[in-house]
Ligand binder design. Structure first.
Ligand SMILES: [Zn+2]
Length: 441
């Protein structure tokens, strides 16, 4: 049984799925306009951790994470790089997929792209307008927050408090300062779609309400994201979805709300040498993917991570000791074994620091317990890549690995050996484990 903190109730609760035979989980994904940095990666690794634990205990889990491929930041970046938004978002989607793989994050089961759902978003807005919960003004469509009685129920923000607490200049087209955009006009040189309100594009909050409902149906079990998304993004998602279904209960959208803490760059030296943003590829010049993964998971997901070189070095040392210990025994397949102490820690609100401590104790005592090792590997050792390589090089290697697998399947061992030689000339070593080929440089 999993116990998980629910940001909506602000309590740790027993996780009781809506349907035990199919658990459904949505977490907000990236806006693909740049490389992801380690702060972004924290949210993706927290969602990956939860998805892996759920998949360890339930027969079927669908984990959805969206791709925002239309956004002001994407438009700005496409102008800067001088390429179309389609090309730009495809480029950074590929980079995102590679980066998350490097730190052992398994891709979500479904990755809906916002621009594939424009028609549905337009229909959604039409209905909200029809219900009197949204209004058009100057080519914008805004959500009328006063139409949803529980607005702010997740973050705990209260509309009246907000109004009295500060003086805000309300844009002239808004009825209320908190009303937010569902549809906004695009200039002729900007990407957009024809709609009843003119040429324009959807607002970011709307994308998640529409795509989560289409891919998972509502209510679904868990909605996740970083702490910084609670307000306004998640509160706005709740307002839209509940208003659309004439409900005032956020749990008619998702039962549990899952949020991860921030990542703070504490070590001044590190932020100076790498700028204020640390990219995964830069870290992998000195650390393996699993070191970075362990560093991210060494702090409880709800706590802030004090990110520093010391933390990374510690994670590297712990990870190396554990890996050496594990590898001196035969290959154990990664698997979540619910009866282990490591699983017990993870089932208690994903207590990864405790799980790591348990594994460290086993190493210290040279106590090899197969099920504990299998569970540790399943959560903490997802990365098979140990070096910093570029995307083209990775694609070439993967193509060769696939061709070699094919050749072996067809009993063409001559060809398979030739491909292996070619890979070894590229400094790539391969290992065949349980019918799967792992490679590293
Ligand atoms: Zn979202």
């Amino acid at each position: 049984m999993l116990n998980i903190y629910n940001s909506l109730s602000k309590n740790k609760e027993k996780f009781i799925p809506i349907d035990e035979s199919h658990v459904r989980f949505y977490s907000c994904g990236p806006t693909v306009y740049n490389k992801i940095h380690i702060g972004n990666a924290r949210a993706f690794i927290a969602a990956d951790l939860l998805s892996k634990v759920l998949k360890g205990i339930y027969p079927k889990v669908t984990y959805v994470s969206n791709i925002t491929d239309i956004d002001d930041k994407i438009i700005a970046a496409s102008k800067e790089e001088g390429i179309s938004i389609d090309k730009l978002s495809k480029k950074y989607f590929d980079v995102y997929m590679q980066d998350i793989g490097l730190i052992g994050i398994t891709p979500p089961d479904i990755q809906p792209f916002a621009t594939d759902f424009i028609k549905e978003m337009i229909e959604y807005i039409k209905k909200l307008i029809g219900l009197g919960k949204a209004y058009e003004t100057d080519g914008n469509v805004l959500f009328r927050v006063s139409s949803f009685a529980n607005y702010g129920c997740l973050s705990g923000r209260n509309l009246n408090e907000q109004k009295s607490g500060k003086r805000v200049v309300v844009e002239s087209y808004k009825e209320n300062e908190n009303d937010f955009v569902l549809w906004k006009p695009s200039n002729a040189d900007e990407p957009g779609w024809e709609s009843p309100w003119g040429y324009g594009r959807p607002g970011w909050h709307l994308e998640c309400s529409v795509m989560s409902e289409i891919t998972l149906d509502i209510p679904f079990d868990i909605h996740g994201g970083g702490n910084d998304l609670k307000f306004p993004h998640h509160d706005n998602e709740i307002a839209q979805t509940c208003a659309f279904h004439n409900s005032d209960n956020a749990q008619d959208f998702a039962k549990y709300w899952f949020h991860n803490g921030f990542l703070n760059l504490e070590n001044e030296k590190m932020s100076k040498s790498l700028g204020n943003v640390v990219y995964i590829k830069d870290l992998l010049k000195n650390y393996d993917g699993n070191h970075v993964r362990l560093a991210l998971l060494s702090t409880h997901y709800r706590q802030p991570i004090p990110w520093s070189k010391t933390l990374l070095d510690q994670a590297k040392s712990i990870s190396t000791k554990i890996t050496n210990f594990i590898e001196s025994y035969s290959d154990i397949k990664p698997k979540f074994v619910g009866s282990t102490k490591i699983a017990e820690a993870l089932l208690d609100d994903l207590n990864t620091p405790q799980a790591i401590r348990i594994m460290q104790e086993l190493v210290q005592k040279s106590n090899f317990i197969e099920d504990e090792v299998a569970t540790y590997k399943y959560i903490f050792q997802g990365s098979t890549q140990v070096t910093n390589i570029d995307l083209d090089q990775q694609k070439d290697i993967e193509t060769l690995v696939r061709q070699r697998d094919e050749a072996r399947k067809n009993n063409d061992f001559d060809l398979a050996d030739k491909i292996r030689d070619k890979l070894s000339k590229m400094n790539v070593t391969i290992r065949d484990i349980d019918g799967k080929t792992e490679w590293k440089i």
